[in-house]
Ligand binder design. Sequence first.
Ligand code: NAD
Ligand code: TYD
Length: 340
Amino acid sequence: MKNIIVTGGAGFIGANFVLHMLNKYDDYNIIVYDKLTYAGNLDNLLDVKDDPRYAFVQGDICDAEMVEATIQKYDADTIVNFAAETHVDRSIMNPDAFIQTGVYGTYVLLEAAKKHGMRYHQISTDEVYGHIPEGYSSVETDKLDPRSPYAASKASGDLLVNAYFITYGLPVTITRGSNNIGPFQYPEKVVPLFATNAIDEEPLPLYGDGRQMREYQYVIDHCEAIDLVLHKGVLGEAYNIGTGEEMENVEMVEILLKTLNRPHDLIKHVKDREGHDRRYSLNIDKIKALGWVPRHTSAEAVEKTAVWYRENEWWWRKIKSGAFKEYYEKQYGHRWQTEK
Ligand code: NAD
Ligand code: TYD
């Protein structure tokens, strides 16, 4: 492995992964290949923009010619695919781009990897397992049971990756991460949305009763686990990456408000998300057996993320004052009226 294409590397987790890799290894070249959708942001990569081991290409993973030209230009030997549409609420409003990128785009990358004999790693999610009843945690061999268009697009990607391993012997691995939080997360996702709203003393729209459970994990922990699987993972296998502890949204909000010193009455219970998965829970024994442990608890991750948003207004204020406003009105406008 020498020349690694990181698709979706200008997004939240992808950018953190690129920073992690360039920081940890001297001898890898990283080529970020990203369409720069509303969620892609070169501000996330400012720290490495002049690094000779880093290059940026603006391109769509559905564009086979551009993918091919990029692999050839940089003599790339590895693809790590973060590129996706990632917000469940947007997938409910309009699934089209989710299917394009998650299904067709993944297929384009797999074809390119097959042609050039490349190592391929797919970034997936705990959402492919669907809602998990209490008392159980998902293992990697469980059947995929996605319930939102987003989750279905990701599960489809996983199935394609598996098919390329079995049919063509492509050297692949998959990681299924739980909810990531930390620097550079677009403020449509719950933790950065609530942190930035709280900083501005705006209401926090908590869906339904707020008792849904998520495993909030610190993004750098996730990136370290992906790095480990890329180097030591067994080919053809999937690995769950989480904290092993779930947290209700109501608890997450309390930690946020306490960290930011904001009042409880900012919380507004609003109409629930359609088809809302109440609980995800990952069994992480398999990734632990490779030698990884999460370095942050969920509570620490929430606190650290809140502090980052408080200290980095330069990053998020321009996002929230732009096209985001239109999305926010569309997504939440009617919800305030249905407040419980
Ligand atoms: P993000 O929305 O912040 O970033 C996605 C990036 O992909 C953006 O830079 C965007 O421009 C790019 N992109 C989108 N469509 C593209 C296309 N067709 N071609 C090229 N680039 C394209 O997402 P994120 O939160 O960083 O998630 C990254 C990956 O991790 C996704 O595959 C997601 O499913 C997965 N994941 C996310 C979480 C989470 O909590 N955020 C948890 C588990 C897994
Ligand atoms: P989100 O960050 O969208 O991630 P995902 O749905 O992929 O897990 O949401 C995390 C949790 O927070 C989920 O249970 C939905 C809830 N949520 C709210 O209560 N209010 C919000 O405004 C948003 C965006 C999410």
